[in-house]
Design a binder for this molecule. Structure first.
Ligand SMILES: Nc1ncnc2c1ncn2[C@@H]1O[C@H](COP(=O)(O)OP(=O)(O)OP(=O)(O)O)[C@@H](O)[C@H]1O
Ligand SMILES: [Mg+2]
Length: 398
């Protein structure tokens, strides 16, 4: 028989045991809560650190400075990488200078040759041109437009990285004594026709194959670049404008572009349409025909402005030969010259509506280039730098 004492102590023992179990459970639960909280805080901290690291990288690449909305395929370079690619921006690698700054020859680590433009002027205009060039070129893709490979943008430096065009700007070849470093070779008639066609295709792409259409606004011979086989690509979109529609266009308060290439209605009223580019294209066509710069006030009176001097000669069979580049003598047929001169005359019409579409220009030039290609294939091969044409077509016989 159990005594009352025994019963009393048993009960006490049970109570103590329950208390221990409860306390232990509470302790374990608290530990679990504390551990989960620790894990949560740790996770948050590591996420924050990662974000900070990414931010630093962003800043290193300079993206913190310029918000550029690009599509895939455009590389972002550090200044250090481009410094290395150009041998420290050495003078021996300078291939040209323009309004944006100097252009350097460079080699990327994968061996690709590139042209690197280093912006040497600040201000809003430069920033805007930089942004426009990157945004547009990362979306536009045509074999007739210069490809943008990448860019670098940080606090102090803005650089654009393009495919390298071994023969530089068209103007260097048309005007060999214009003070450029590149070796200058006179372009023959066949090559000039092909350059005219390829540049026209570049503008046709911008005007007709992109929505909304893109108005280049600075189309000129130095913005037509030539690769090692003298194939042409249109470059420099810094001044480009997106047209709302082909007919309406824009009215700008600030007229931008290059003297001698700007369409009269745009220069006078700021009214900008794709037809303004057609006018500039006509001026380039005149440069190809005559070998003369658009504005040269050292010439005799009446000859300083290329368009005004050439226009009255363009539609006259007898007169047109008088304005042809003497370097082309013996290379072209009358039929070809009359056709190209007629296209040029239509493009530089003072009235924008009378100018053709770039698609029409392409269609008119295509048969001329094709014809040349077949005659050079059939006969002896045409030399790019020949001053006399090897083709069977003869001046005045057609
Ligand atoms: N991708 C390239 N490959 C090879 N050479 C180039 C390239 N881009 C430019 N160049 C050279 O650099 C020169 C200067 O080009 P840039 O576009 O800076 O000036 P521009 O066209 O003469 O004038 P603007 O600044 O008014 O457009 C060109 O004439 C050409 O010789
Ligand atoms: Mg240029």
């Amino acid at each position: 028989m159990e005594t009352t004492d025994n019963v009393y102590y048993r009960r006490k023992e049970r109570t103590a045991l329950v208390a221990i179990v409860v306390l232990a459970s509470v302790a374990v639960a608290s530990l679990l809560v504390a551990f989960s909280y620790y894990c949560y805080i740790r996770n948050k901290l590591s996420k924050r650190n990662n974000a900070l690291k990414k931010g630093e990288k962003h800043e290193e690449n300079g993206l913190a400075n310029v918000q550029v909305d690009t599509e895939k395929g455009i590389q972002v370079f550090t200044f250090k990488q481009l410094h290395y690619a150009t041998g420290g921006f050495s003078k021996s690698n300078v291939v040209g200078h323009g309004g944006f700054g100097s252009v350097y020859r460079g080699v990327l680590p994968d061996g690709r040759k590139v042209a690197i433009k280093l912006m040497d002027r600040g201000g809003m205009q430069g920033e805007e041109e930089f942004k426009m060039e990157v945004e547009l070129l990362s979306r536009l893709h045509s074999p007739y437009l210069l490809a943008l490979i990448g860019y670098c943008s940080d606090n102090h430096h803005k650089l654009l990285v393009y495919e390298f065009m071994a023969n530089g700007g068209l103007q260097e070849h048309l005007y060999p004594n214009s003070g450029s470093n590149a070796p200058s070779l006179n372009l023959d008639w066949e090559t000039r026709l092909r350059i005219a066609l390829e540049a026209a295709k570049g503008l046709e792409y911008l005007h007709e194959h992109v929505s909304p259409p893109v108005i280049h606004r600075d189309f000129k011979s130095s913005n037509i670049l030539l690769d090692k086989r003298f194939h042409a690509k249109v470059s420099d979109f810094g001044l480009a404008k997106l047209g709302s529609d082909k007919a309406g266009g824009h009215v700008s308060t600030r007229v931008l572009g290059t003297q001698g290439y700007v369409a009269p209605e745009y220069a006078l009223t700021g009214h900008l349409t794709t037809k303004s580019d057609v006018y500039s294209y006509g001026v380039v066509l005149l440069e190809l025909l005559t070998g003369r710069v658009p504005v040269d006030m050292k010439r005799p009176p009446g000859e300083g402005i290329l368009v005004s001097w050439a226009l009255p000669h363009l539609t006259d069979r007898e007169k047109v030969v008088q304005i042809m580049d003497p370097a082309l003598e013996g290379q072209y047929s009358m039929k070809e010259v009359i056709q190209v001169a007629a296209i040029a005359a239509m493009c530089v019409q003072p009235e924008a509506d009378y100018r053709p579409l770039m698609a029409d220009v392409v269609q008119s030039l295509l048969p001329l280039v094709k014809n040349h290609r077949s005659t050079s294939k059939a006969g002896s091969s045409s030399s790019l730098h020949a001053t006399k044409s090897p083709t069977s077509l003869d001046l005045g016989k057609n």
